[in-house]
Write a protein that binds this ligand. Structure first.
Ligand code: ADP
Ligand code: MG
Ligand code: ZN
Length: 515
């Protein structure tokens, strides 16, 4: 068994948390979300190194992202374009002029010892994102105000070797991979979110889901939370109901799933209520969300902006997007998620519950792509929401990460519609595709899954069923047609579900002289 490592400053040994509902009777939460989105550009933020994931460590590096003296950064135009498009989609104003800043701090996986970011001159400011929250009293709309969208670069990645926990404590040495150093990031910061009361965790979650969908619809990132291409820092404070002064906030770093965002808020409300009820004060600090605990533990006490000694980066020219370019980008924005939801609701004739199920399953794009491949929307919805959602849950992955494409799903549906597959056989085909056995047609072929409807093969199975069920056969001959069900059942069983049940029934009646 791995031995436990005691975190150096875990304040969880502090006062007992107050149960969520009870905490909410006395306190009002205020939230703030800072979200990092890793852009899907081909090259890094300030050099031409590839951003491709999964390469040999330190194979995608150059003098700029390794910070060799004398090397000079150049801004990636595509990253600026992505920042502006996201800002526009978030209803922000785009700054006509702004500089990058150096944010100075030491980190072994950041070779310059400063991060190029934007400080007081972010590219986009003052927007909003409307989210709807599925509460027990129905859908509720909230407007989340956006403070800023700014550009920055990612750091490299450290791996701590030799300890039992993978953490730095107890490790014998650390390896650093700079492939990620310099990958473009957007940081989206909300203004304080107030007035959400007990729904604060749900609002935080809905905001992150909406932002993810927005970035995805713009095609600027693959926004996979579980792979770290979107991560949230969750700020939470609480204050007594009826008072106007907000409490001290904590910031839970790098929360990596929608569920964890929800938990990070609710567990922090519970913890802070415990601290305040015990007569202590909440400490401003960063915390780390522990997936296995479903809550955060204490990290470092928070730096102030002045600790970073920000100053404009003298190596980079200012970013000054022209009005024409911004307007061109605005005109080129795709259909955004809210508009798409309204459209598919009408097109597919969905009621509120059906739409909500699709949203909760994150399945709208998948169903839409399946419909584009020729499937009827009702059947596409059914397959994605039932069988495929079940499989994704089983594999603990997102629906879209399943190893089946919308085109393959459409093909399975077509095979059922044309009578080649029954629903039961279709499930086996899906299983085969997911197991990497090829496309639907290949799986049908390899597993021999076609519905047996040719009279030759079916006929001998019917004969067999009649011989081995003489009682049922006799009843049918005597006019009790309902008894044929038992014979059809026997045929289905013998064919392991592959017989065409309708044709089998016709043959049974024919052979028994009742048709
Ligand atoms: P920093 O850069 O130190 O993380 P910011 O001022 O950018 O700090 O704020 C971080 C986030 O916390 C923002 O989303 C902001 O709206 C939010 N925030 C600010 N004050 C509070 C508060 N008292 N309670 C909860 N959230 C807050
Ligand atoms: Mg912050
Ligand atoms: Zn480089």
């Amino acid at each position: 068994m791995a031995h436990a490592v005691t975190p150096s400053s875990d304040t969880n040994s502090g006062p007992t948390p107050v149960a969520y509902e009870q905490a909410l009777t006395k306190y009002e939460p205020v939230l703030g979300l800072e979200t990092h989105i890793e852009l899907g550009t081909a090259s890094k933020m300030f050099c031409s190194c590839s951003t491709k994931f999964g390469a040999e460590p330190n194979s995608q590096v150059c003098p700029v992202c390794l910070a060799f003296p004398g090397s000079l950064p150049v801004v990636n135009a595509k990253a600026v374009e992505s920042a502006i498009r996201l800002g526009l989609a978030l209803n922000c104003s785009v700054a006509p002029w702004g500089r990058f800043a150096r944010k100075n701090y030491f980190y072994p996986d950041m070779p310059k010892n400063y991060q190029i970011s934007q400080h007081d001159e972010p590219i986009c400011v003052d927007g909003h994102l409307d989210v709807s929250v599925d509460t027990p009293e129905g859908l509720r709309e909230y407007r989340v105000e956006i403070e800023r969208v700014h550009m920055e670069e990612d750091t490299g990645k450290s791996t701590h070797v030799g300890g039992s926990t993978g953490r730095i404590h107890g490790a014998s040495h650390s390896n650093v991979d700079y492939n990620r150093a310099g990958i473009p990031l957007l940081e989206i910061v909300t203004k304080p979110i107030t007035g959400t009361g007990e729904y604060a965790p749900l609002v935080a979650r809905a905001y992150a889901a909406e932002l993810r969908d927005l970035a995805r619809s713009l095609g600027i990132s693959d926004v996979r939370m579980e792979e770290g291409s979107m991560r949230c820092d969750v700020n939470v404070s609480i204050h007594q109901r009826g008072t106007s002064e907000w409490g001290t906030r904590s910031e839970t770093k790098n929360v990596n799933s929608l569920r964890s965002i929800e938990r990070a808020v609710s567990s922090e409300v519970e913890r802070q209520a415990g601290v305040l009820d015990a007569g202590h004060s909440v400490v401003q600090e960063t915390r780390h969300f522990q997936e296995h605990l479903g809550r955060s533990t204490s990290g470092r006490s928070k730096e102030e902006a002045q600790d970073y000694r920000y100053f404009p980066d003298p190596d980079l020219v200012p970013v000054a997007p022209s009005t024409e370019w911004v307007e061109e980008l605005r005109a080129g924005l795709p259909e955004l998620p809210a508009a798409k939801r309204a459209r598919v609701k009408a097109e597919w004739e969905l009621n509120d519950t059906e739409l909500r199920d699709l949203i909760n399953a994150d399945a709208i794009d998948l169903v839409e792509a399946t419909v584009a491949e020729g499937a009827p929307s009702g059947e596409a919805r059914k397959l994605w929401l039932n069988e495929l959602s079940r499989r994704a849950t089983e594999q603990e992955i997102e629906l879209r990460a399943l190893a089946i494409t919308p085109a393959q799903v459409a093909r399975v549906i077509a095979l059922v519609d044309e009578g080649t597959l029954t629903n039961k056989l279709a499930r086996q085909v899906v299983e085969g595709v997911l197991a990497g056995e090829g496309g639907p047609d290949e799986v049908v072929e390899a597993r021999g899954l076609k519905v047996v409807s040719d009279d030759g093969a079916l006929g001998s199975m019917v004969d067999e069923a009649i011989t081995s069920n003489p009682d049922a056969a006799e009843k049918v001959r005597g006019g009790k047609v309902a008894a044929a069900g038992a014979l059809v059942g026997a045929v289905m069983k013998a064919s392991r579900g592959q017989a065409d049940a309708g044709r089998a029934r016709e043959l049974i009646l024919e052979k028994l002289g009742v048709s």
